[in-house]
Design a protein around this ligand. Structure first.
Ligand SMILES: *Cc1c(COP(=O)(O)O)cnc(C)c1O
Length: 435
């Protein structure tokens, strides 16, 4: 299988090239030139398959010949080395918990899969590959953990000093040393992002260093997110009655992977893109006008995106047919006020503690149910509530305990390199490392 650029001005490439390049030279996102179709018998047998088998079957058609079967099976098994339980909240609502990975957020799966693919592609190269990312919090932790100890790959993460939560900073810097390097930039997230952009645009630098990004648009981060939806179906108790799927959405990568899984035959019929005050997509589905806007800061800050980069992939999946798209996808914008109420309500009445992102998904599903009574749904719970303890604890009036699985990370020493907002300093650092 090949991947073409959605801008249609760069040649198609295979999975290896698409993963290494991230974005096509014409700045388009890569998109598979074929959507794998699973047989009826696959879905029939799915409940009996292991998770590793399902994940392998789902990703193999997209990887093609680029990684041999045995190696790919190893990469997949190592990627999903934790649980993805479907938990019943009420008779109508189930939660697929995607936060049991090492950094307590769903981005672990994409970051782990991508890092292991790059490690495979570069294990025999003389030259190292350098992954350069700017983070406002969550992505950096998943990337640091996902790439930690992967041979042949050096990772440089820029984050704004004093502007990430303490759990996030610990995840970013606790793995420093080795192949992970956290640069603590004395500026904002936008400063970090602009330094990274300058490095990617620096042709002289890129002749000396093999740079790539671990951006969420990378196909190796996007495609493995399909696993969640197959795992949800595997655990769904009533196969004759498929649920509605509600996905907390920011850049729309996760939900786009779900819609791809649906087109592969997965029997989920309707999806809800649950958004916070950043309402470009809910507005588009009402008005058919797509109008990017500056991001608004909210409680569910991993979804504070004013121009979701994966939305073009969703349009492509539906061949730009608005009717087909709006028949399958609904979207709601949920206020911070309603997000807080939802966290409180489900904690006190169902003893279920949602994080702000999961709460947005629950509130959006409730809006759908108000016009479609009697249906059932699954929300994707994308982060552990402890990651957002500063907003969750005042709502429930209690401390959220840190899961023992991350105690060892929390105990590590902070290891970061202070840096001014100066492209020359960053360039010097990158060149020194690659002497
Ligand atoms: C990144 C993130 C999202 C949004 O996912 P997209 O694929 O960008 O739509 C939702 N919740 C959490 C906790 C995240 O970290």
């Amino acid at each position: 299988m090949n991947f073409y650029s959605l801008n249609k001005k760069s040649p198609p490439v295979n999975f290896r090239e698409a993963t290494i390049q991230g974005q096509a030279p014409d700045k388009g996102l890569y998109f598979p030139d074929e959507i794998h179709l699973f047989s009826k018998s696959f879905f029939h047998e799915l409940p009996d398959y292991s998770r590793e088998e399902i994940a392998f079957q789902v990703i193999a058609p997209y990887v093609g010949e680029c990684i041999p079967e045995n190696d790919l099976r190893g990469i997949v098994a190592d990627t999903i080395r934790f649980d993805f339980p479907l938990v019943k909240i009420t008779d109508q609502i189930y939660s697929l918990e995607l936060y049991h990975g090492p950094t307590l957020a769903f981005k672990d799966v994409g970051a782990r899969f991508m890092s292991r693919c790059l490690g495979y592609f570069f294990r025999e190269e003389k030259k190292k590959i350098t992954v350069l990312v700017a983070t406002s919090g969550d992505t950096g932790g998943a990337v640091a953990d996902g790439f930690h100890g992967v041979d042949g790959v050096d990772v440089i993460i820029l984050y704004p000093s004093g502007k990430v939560s303490s759990v996030q900073e610990q995840q970013l810097t606790g793995l420093g040393g080795g192949n992970i390097h956290a640069l603590e930039v004395k500026g904002s997230f936008d400063d970090c992002q602009s330094l990274v952009k300058q490095a990617f645009a620096d042709i002289a630098l890129r002749e000396k260093i093999f740079l790539t990004s671990a951006n969420s648009i990378n196909v190796a981060r996007w495609l493995p997110q399909q696993f969640y939806y197959f795992f949800a179906w595997q655990q769904w108790p009533e196969k004759s009655n498929p649920p509605i799927i509600s996905v907390p959405s920011g850049n729309f990568g996760n939900i786009c992977a779900g819609l791809l899984a649906r087109q592969s035959g997965l029997p989920f019929h309707h999806f809800i893109a649950a958004c916070n005050a950043n309402r470009v997509v809910p507005d588009f589905l009402q008005s058919r006008v797509y109008e990017p806007m500056p991001a608004i800061h909210t409680l569910s800050n991993a979804m504070d995106v004013g121009n979701p980069s994966n939305f073009v992939r969703i349009l492509e999946l539906f061949h730009h047919q608005f009717k087909d798209l709006s028949g399958t996808l609904s979207s709601y914008s949920i206020s911070d006020e309603l997000t807080r109420q939802t966290i409180g309500k489900y904690y006190s009445s169902c003893n279920y503690l949602a994080d702000p992102h999961g709460a947005v998904a629950i509130a959006a599903l409730e809006k759908w149910f108000s016009n479609h009574p009697g249906q059932q749904g699954i929300i994707l719970e994308t982060a552990h509530p402890v990651k957002f303890y500063d907003s969750v604890e005042p709502i429930i009036g209690k401390k959220v305990p840190i899961p023992p699985s991350i105690n060892s990370l929390m105990a590590r020493k902070k290891n970061s390199i202070p840096m001014d907002v100066s492209y020359n300093k960053l360039k010097e650092y990158l060149l020194d490392r690659n002497q």
